[in-house]
Design a protein around this ligand. Structure first.
Ligand SMILES: [Fe+2]
Ligand SMILES: [Fe+2]
Length: 302
């Protein structure tokens, strides 16, 4: 479908999945993007070069597990080109899409390009920390990251609402993990880095929550199933491609509490907030999410 199909004649729940369009009116997107930009004025932004005391970075103050956690999250953050390309391919901005589709995809691009810039700073901050603290040498780390970074990142979800629900969980899970890791690390420079990163992830989560709410308000029950699928098939990024992912995941959970299902509760809260009178489908989604929440996971804390 194209964004032009968002006309008034057909109930939204009866319309096909907008595969290449973000599928929301430009005004809704503009509100979510403006709220995101408002939450990060220039005065509150940070940069890798000026906001950390790199000369004081010292990996000798970290445990083996904490070093391992830093290496792991560097891989995850460094995969940004793959994540960004996915948004570009899902919401194209070229001559292959009609004007209405381009118009709404362009609105989301305002977010993705800023979001990408922030995530790229996360990758650069962690790279710099590894080098300055003595965890790694720049040339070998660069090569290791490239070997993983060139692997393709894909997601099974077709529906854009599922993509945003997936990212909502992922951003919240990352935020919680960085906070937990920050509380235990022995190097204050690393704690500063993790503090900056977790605050950014919190803002990314808020944008994703606004998007999920917008889909629920516009499409109602029709987006509940795609969201359920996003949870049912949930895998953290790189779970299928990063060498030794599950061994790493267990180790990082040993170091600081890590449980992505904690983020599911946040999704339920967003859904509840968006719907005035929860339908059976929404109730069902909530039950499903709660059931997922108590399932033991490979990366659950010990
Ligand atoms: Fe990040
Ligand atoms: Fe993020």
């Amino acid at each position: 479908m194209t964004a032009a199909d968002l006309g008034p004649d057909l109930p939204l729940s009866a319309r096909p999945v907008p595969v290449r369009s973000v599928g929301l009116p430009a005004d809704d997107l503009d509100s979510a993007v403006t709220a995101f930009m408002t939450a990060s004025p220039v005065t509150r932004r940070w940069d890798v070069e000026h906001d950390f005391d790199w000369a004081a970075a010292d990996a000798n103050r970290l445990t083996e597990g904490q070093r391992s956690a830093v290496q792991f999250i560097t891989f995850i953050e460094d995969h940004l080109p793959g994540y960004f390309a996915l948004y570009g391919s899902r919401f194209p901005l070229d001559a292959d899409v009609d004007l209405e589709t381009f118009l709404v995809n362009r609105e989301v691009y305002h977010f993705t390009v800023r979001w990408a810039q922030e995530e790229d700073s996360h990758a650069r901050a962690l790279f710099r920390y590894q080098v300055e603290s003595g965890i790694a040498q720049a040339s070998s780390l660069r090569r290791e990251l490239a070997a993983e970074g060139r692997k393709r990142f894909s997601l099974p979800h077709e529906h854009p609402a599922a993509l945003f629900a997936y990212t909502l969980v992922q951003e919240k899970a990352t935020q919680i993990y960085y906070q937990n890791l920050r509380a235990v690390v022995g190097d204050p420079v690393l704690a500063d880095v993790l503090g900056r990163l977790s605050r950014d992830e919190a803002r990314h989560f808020t944008f994703m929550a606004d998007m999920v709410e917008a889909y629920l308000r516009r499409y109602g029950d029709a987006v509940v199933e795609p969201m359920r699928e996003a949870i049912a098939q949930f895998r953290m990024p790189l779970a299928d491609t990063l060498k030794g992912y599950w061994r790493w995941a267990l180790r990082i959970a040993d170091t600081a509490r890590y449980d992505h299902t904690e983020a599911y509760d946040h999704l339920v809260r967003v859904v509840r907030r968006a719907v005035d009178a929860p339908s059976d489908r929404v109730d069902e989604l909530e039950r499903f999410v709660r059931a997922c929440r108590v399932l033991p996971t490979a990366a659950a804390p010990h």
